[in-house]
Ligand binder design. Structure first.
Ligand code: IVH
Length: 702
């Protein structure tokens, strides 16, 4: 994968140009669905499947005559060879998808139109990323469990399902009922399952969904891997006629079955679409903290009258939809495995991958955790790998697609010696460490600190640094400020004069601006100009180290991946920063008012407000699309910053202003669709000119 993989945008998907391409997409989707339901290694990641689905649907809208009867838009994705012989009491349907707030609003409006009245109420529950089953209880005893299969008939998995937590063998009362829901593996159970599998000589599962599907369908296994169940629907509940969904789920929870409503995600009830948006957003924020994988929220009409009035298509009910979260697992190609040595000497393998969007962020590198894990997973350069990013955490590689591995792929060999200093490695713990510890990287970090672009300390070259480290006088940059002139004078070929000069230069460097201190600290993913930008934005080291990942993204050129890394690096560097400050090193950028003071001033005093400040002093989110007269693209973005705004690359509901110039394309169209504030680029240029001329223009003047 050399390009950035597509992001799903169902509303703007491009139709296929030929019937051949359309058919081929359907075939690829069928193959992927078959592997998915069989619990085999994933052939296609969810986001790619959803993107193809959107294109197939878009094609059918433009060319209804091409529509194939077996199109995935018409039928529940079939499990190919895995369809079994248990016929479902009523078809097990799939769900339609929405991908953002706007699409959710469109869905709700359409539902109201179909039923001809406002929806009485909605429920919101987690969309569990597992395997759907139907479980039949007769007089309170579990008698049959079947997978979804092709929606009409599924495979009998009764024996395997008996060990599933949350699906009791006996209900609390002798009721005859069918419960439907998802069998899945919790994160903890996934770890246990993989340990068991590896201990039995197998390759680890790539992800919990795969593990759940594989375990549920495996008939003769030498070990039992733990599975869980959460119900999301019930059929034929005695006296269940007329019950709302929420009441019916409460009734089966009362019989002893675990339900989505009873999970930590809960099942909020909403009456308005605004409430739905809040509930879905809240669930999105919980993702990654639930202890099991969810890939979205399921929104359902709660009242049976609304459901009956809405009905279902052959594929999915109209009274429910899945609000899909950005895929947290994608596939990409592993281009290299780098071995990094951290400041404290910790040695870690890091995956370099072809750029791919995961969880809404472009990811180019991911952690491989530790060498034991890497050897166990047997991930090799050239492999197609699964890249997972849950929430704000550092992306990780969870496994490789073994069926696509090149025959000549070479297994990775962990280093024998520290790749930085060549010293011995301490392998006594999972996290390997250079025996030299902090001293291992000291030469490199001191040279960086003293360099011309950083603290510019004359006389502190590589040779002197080596002598200082060898004499045990320094292990980190802060130690430079505790050097004793007489001890330094004793070093090989030093003498009193050179030592005196060196210490005077070190002392003088304490007055360097904060941007140079920051450059000298060598924060990963920042260089000289980014350090300068960070310093100029925050003004003081305290403000910078106290900034959240979100606040860091207010700096031009800092996206989510860089912001996460910078925040983590600053935490790691905190002890050294504190030591430097303690020795009197300047931690302020001259001439810059700290970000918090600027915001506070703009909030209280309108004359302090820049044209692109909001009333509360925060930065307006601005997208520039097309050309701005007299400015390059980069200058256009810088102009936004200069005027107090935050420049963003994509238009969404959150965008507050869209500057539209010649050559603007879909972003301008989307801005209009969303009803956003739009400003022609020549007026933006005039606003900038007025601001640069020292006037105090406001946005409304233009
Ligand atoms: S309701 C007729 N609720 O998602 C409505 N489905 O993509 C049937 N799923 O086939 C589905 N969590 O396997 C529903 N809380 C939930 C769900 C859920 C996961 C699965 C289910 C369904 C698939 C559709």
């Amino acid at each position: 994968m050399s390009e950035i993989a597509p992001v799903v945008d169902a509303a703007h998907a491009a139709p296929f140009e030929s019937t051949d391409d359309y058919r081929e997409a359907i075939e690829r989707m069928r193959a992927a669905a078959a592997a998915y339901y069989a619990g085999e290694d994933i052939v296609m990641d969810d986001a790619t499947y959803d993107a193809l689905f959107a294109r197939v649907a878009a094609t059918e809208a433009v060319h209804p005559d091409w529509a194939a009867a077996d199109s995935p838009t018409e039928v529940v994705a079939a499990g190919g060879g895995v369809v079994g012989d248990v016929v479902h009491s009523t078809p097990m349907l799939s769900l339609g998808n929405v991908f953002d707030e706007d699409e959710l609003r469109v869905w709700a409006a359409r539902l109201e139109k179909v039923i001809g009245r406002p929806v009485a109420g909605f429920t919101v529950e987690p969309k569990i990323d597992g395997m759907a089953i139907a479980a039949r209880y007769v007089d309170g005893t579990l008698v049959q469990v079947a997978t979804r299969g092709d929606g009409q008939a599924g495979e009998d998995v009764t024996a395997q399902a008996r060990a599933v937590a949350g699906l009791p063998g006996e209900l609390r009362r002798p009721v005859t009922v069918e419960v439907r829901g998802e069998v899945f593996m919790t994160d903890d159970d996934f770890t246990k399952a993989n340990e068991l599998r590896v201990a039995h000589g197998g390759a680890p599962f790539a992800n919990p969904r795969n593990a759940a599907a594989g375990t549920l369908r495996a008939q003769d296994r030498a070990y039992v891997a733990p599975l869980s169940f959460l119900a999301y629907a019930v059929h034929d509940l005695p006296e269940g006629e007329g019950l709302t969904h929420s009441a019916a789920m409460a009734a089966i929870a009362d019989l002893g079955v675990t339900t989505t409503a009873g999970s930590p995600a809960g099942m909020p009830q909403c009456t308005t679409v605004d409430e739905l948006v809040t509930a879905v957003t809240a669930l999105g924020a919980l993702r990654g903290k639930l202890g099991f994988d969810i890939d979205g929220a399921v929104v359902k009409a709660d009242a049976p009258a609304d459901r009956d009035a809405a009905g279902s298509s052959s594929r999915a009910p109209r009274w429910a939809t899945a609000f899909k979260f950005p895929a947290d697992t994608r596939t990409s190609t592993l281009t290299a495995i780098e071995v990094q040595v951290g400041r404290t000497g910790v040695i870690t393998p890091v995956a370099v991958i072809a750029p791919v969007q995961v969880g809404g962020v472009v990811v180019t590198s991911a952690t491989l955790h530790n060498f034991d894990d890497l050897v166990r997973r047997d991930v090799r350069v050239g492999d197609t790998v699964f890249v997972r990013r849950a929430g704000e955490v550092i992306p990780e590689i969870t496994g490789a697609k073994l069926d696509e591995r090149a025959a000549d792929a070479v297994a990775f060999t962990p280093p024998e010696f520290c790749p930085r200093c060549g010293g011995e490695i301490d392998r006594s713990q999972k996290r390997w460490r250079c025996m030299q510890g902090r001293a291992c990287g000291a030469g490199e970090s001191l040279a960086y600190f003293a360099a011309r672009d950083s603290m510019d300390i004359e006389g502190l070259g590589d040779k002197v640094i080596r002598l200082l480290i060898a004499a045990g006088m320094v292990t980190d940059p802060a130690d430079l400020f505790t050097l004793d002139v007489e001890a330094v004078a004793q070093l090989d070929r030093m003498g009193a004069t050179s030592a005196g000069k060196l210490l005077a230069n070190i002392e003088a460097s304490k007055a360097q601006p904060m941007s140079r201190v920051l450059t000298g600290l060598g924060v990963r993913m920042t260089g000289r100009s980014m350090s300068r930008r960070l310093a100029r934005h925050f003004g003081t080291m305290d403000e910078l180290t106290g900034a959240t990942v979100e606040q860091l993204q207010n700096v031009e050129g800092v996206g989510p991946e860089r912001a996460t890394t910078i925040a983590a690096e600053l935490v790691e560097l905190a002890p050294i920063i504190a030591k430097l400050a303690g020795h009197g090193v300047n931690m302020v950028e001259p001439g810059i008012v700290p970000a918090s003071e600027r915001a506070a001033a703009a909030a209280t005093d309108p004359s302090e407000r820049l044209p692109l400040h909001n009333e509360d002093g925060s930065q307006m989110i601005v997208v520039v699309t097309g050309s701005v007269p007299g400015l390059t693209r980069n200058e256009g973005n810088e102009a936004v910053e200069r005027l107090g705004g935050k420049s963003s690359g994509s238009v969404s509901k959150k965008t507050q202003l869209v500057v539209v110039g010649d050559g603007a394309g879909s972003k301008a169209a989307k801005a209009e669709e969303l009803g956003l504030r739009i400003m022609p680029s020549d007026r933006f240029a005039a606003l900038l000119a007025a601001h640069d001329a020292g006037e105090s223009p406001t946005l409304d003047d233009f």
